[in-house]
Design a protein around this ligand. Structure first.
Ligand SMILES: Cc1cc2nc3c(=O)[nH]c(=O)nc-3n(C[C@H](O)[C@H](O)[C@H](O)COP(=O)(O)OP(=O)(O)OC[C@H]3O[C@@H](n4cnc5c(N)ncnc54)[C@H](O)[C@@H]3O)c2cc1C
Length: 501
């Protein structure tokens, strides 16, 4: 099933490029040549050229997606207290020396001293934690979901878990995920858009590596048979990285096959609990060494559960990978052929440094696009392809991004297709506490918007908080727009209050 004829894949991408070109406003021959050349050199279609389409948006007021001038309308659902807290946290986070000092303290041996540790954790709890984390447990997270729901947003609940290394830790993690899925049943219907699942929490990482190795070997060697393999969709394209598997892997042992069965069972238990409340699940993408096994399990669950026109299991595609576009097209087309509705979350990808470092150490080409711009083009191309697909055929799309240009491009395209919040085909998603202006702008423009809600006790979510601190530091960080607009709205509210007093 995963074996795909090279000619078929080539024709598929080429015809996709032609169709994508037809639906974009990019008219110049040069742009079309670029798109065609990109496709024939195994890059995903560069069809929607960001600069050209952004100009179209800017020049056409009727198509305007965001209104950042009217901060009153933008932050209408945010209390002044919350706005002050968010603006203060983001402004402190933007001060590089302050963040560097905090990161140093957090990683120092001072944290071993009980009293000092308690003071630091309490400070973090009332600042960064309250801003970026939805709560310590399902009860607090439920309160956050209700607040978001009242302001026209939904939540993707994400219990902060680390990789599990054995069956015992997988069982524990699964219990937490089942509890998380169960908690959504006491919340307003539709207020939770997805339960986030990490396959590394339900299947031991060593087994994900073994399965990924065997799937790669099977793709390259048609004589290789995998008796345990279930129905799936294409997992690779010709340009996928195969350097992780340089020699023939041993078949799965009887014990490994049993462990794989246990992993299916755990995923099934989480899905069953989530679907009791009609909440779909979204499976996160991780690094390329184990991603084939993650895709395999995602597609296995898709075949099992995606019966209605609305997919209940979503996978994740990382647009920073050179093979992302081809794999997306192959999987979607194969799913259409089988009558299977599939859902994808589209992200840029979070493992850039480790992927590049590994490829470099092996002396092979990095699987990551050579430039940021290539990643942006791939993201926008994949988004355009999927918007076209979900508007004309079955399927669902989550656009997980903080990139304003990508959000604008996709929103304009979706509007052109008549896709709105009620269509249930598209959800924009961003992390809790990030890209607030974009979030409210998309909501006000009539789109479905979710916040990704990591939760857990302070010490458990510390690695997540450190990543957010790193991402938001510096005056030019991605929180720049939020900081400016929040300050503008705070000043406006103060003026209005003073003029009434
Ligand atoms: C709701 C949500 C869910 C997510 N789930 C996942 C997940 O399951 N798996 C996962 O891996 N990530 C996930 N992420 C993280 C995501 O992949 C990005 O790291 C993050 O969102 C930043 O990308 P951006 O689209 O917001 O855009 P931007 O901030 O504009 O782009 C930054 C991204 O561009 C890419 N990039 C930067 N420099 C280069 C370069 N030189 N060459 C090539 N590419 C470059 C990197 O991917 C980087 O993260 C998720 C993010 C969100 C918001």
């Amino acid at each position: 099933m995963a074996m795909v004829n090279k000619d078929v894949s080539y024709k598929l991408v080429k015809s996709l490029v032609r169709r994508a070109n037809a639906v974009t406003t990019v008219k110049s021959n040069q742009a079309q040549r670029t798109a065609f050349n990109a496709a024939t050199t195994n890059n995903f279609p560069q069809a929607p050229q960001p600069a050209a389409i952004t100009e179209t948006i800017a020049n056409n007021d009727g198509d305007k997606i965001f209104d950042f001038e009217d901060t009153k309308a933008l932050f209408s659902s945010v209390s002044t207290g919350k706005l002050l807290h968010s603006a203060a946290t983001l402004n402190v986070a933007a001060m590089e020396p302050m963040v560097d000092l905090s990161l140093w303290v957090m990683n120092s041996r001072l944290m071993d001293v009980g009293l000092f540790r308690n003071v630091v954790l309490a400070t973090i709890k009332h600042t960064a934690y309250d801003h970026f984390v939805a709560g310590a447990d399902t009860v607090e997270t439920g309160q956050t979901v209700r607040r978001l729901w009242e302001s026209g947003l939904r939540g993707i609940v994400d219990y902060g878990l680390e990789h599990a290394n054995d069956n015992e830790s997988c069982d524990k993690a699964t219990q937490q995920l089942i509890k998380t899925a169960e908690s959504t049943q006491s919340l307003p219907p539709s207020s939770v858009s997805f339960v986030a699942v990490k396959i590394t929490a339900v299947c031991p990482v060593y087994l994900l590596r073994r399965v990924s190795d065997l799937l790669r070997w099977e793709y390259k060697n048609s004589s290789c048979k995998l008796p345990w393999k279930q129905q799936t969709l294409p997992i690779f394209s010709e340009s996928s990285p195969f350097y992780h598997t340089l020699q023939q892997p041993a078949p799965l042992t009887a014990e490994e096959e049993r462990d794989l069965e246990l992993a299916y069972q755990r995923l099934q238990n989480i899905c069953d609990k989530s679907f009791e409340g009609n909440v779909p699940v979204v499976i996160d993408a991780e690094d390329t060494s184990i991603q084939p096994a993650i895709d395999y399990m995602t597609y296995w669950a898709s075949f099992k559960y995606n019966k209605s026109p609305k997919p209940m299991v979503y996978g994740t595609v990382q647009a920073y990978l050179k093979d992302a576009g081809e794999r997306l097209v192959l999987a979607k087309k194969a799913a259409d052929k089988s009558g299977l509705p599939v859902g994808f979350k589209l992200v840029r990808g979070a493992y850039m440094s480790s992927e590049s470092a590994l490829a470099h150490s092996l002396g092979v080409e990095s699987p990551i696009h050579n430039t940021t711009n290539d990643t942006h083009n791939c993201y926008n191309g994949c988004a355009a392809f999927m918007l076209d697909e979900v508007s004309n055929r079955s399927g669902g799309l989550i656009l997980a991004t903080h990139n304003l240009d990508s959000a604008k491009l996709a929103a304009q395209k979706a509007r052109g297709y008549g896709i709105t919040k009620d269509s249930q085909k598209l959800e924009f998603a961003s992390l809790y506490g990030m890209s607030e202006a974009m979030t409210f702008g998309l909501r006000n423009a009539g789109f479905g918007v979710s916040k990704y809600l990591p939760f857990g006790p302070v010490d458990q979510v510390m690695p997540y908080l450190l990543r957010r601190a790193e991402e938001n530091k510096g005056l030019l960080s991605s929180s720049n727009l939020d900081r400016q607009l929040m300050m503008k709205e705070i000043k406006r509210r103060m003026k209005a209050y003073m003029s009434k007093a």
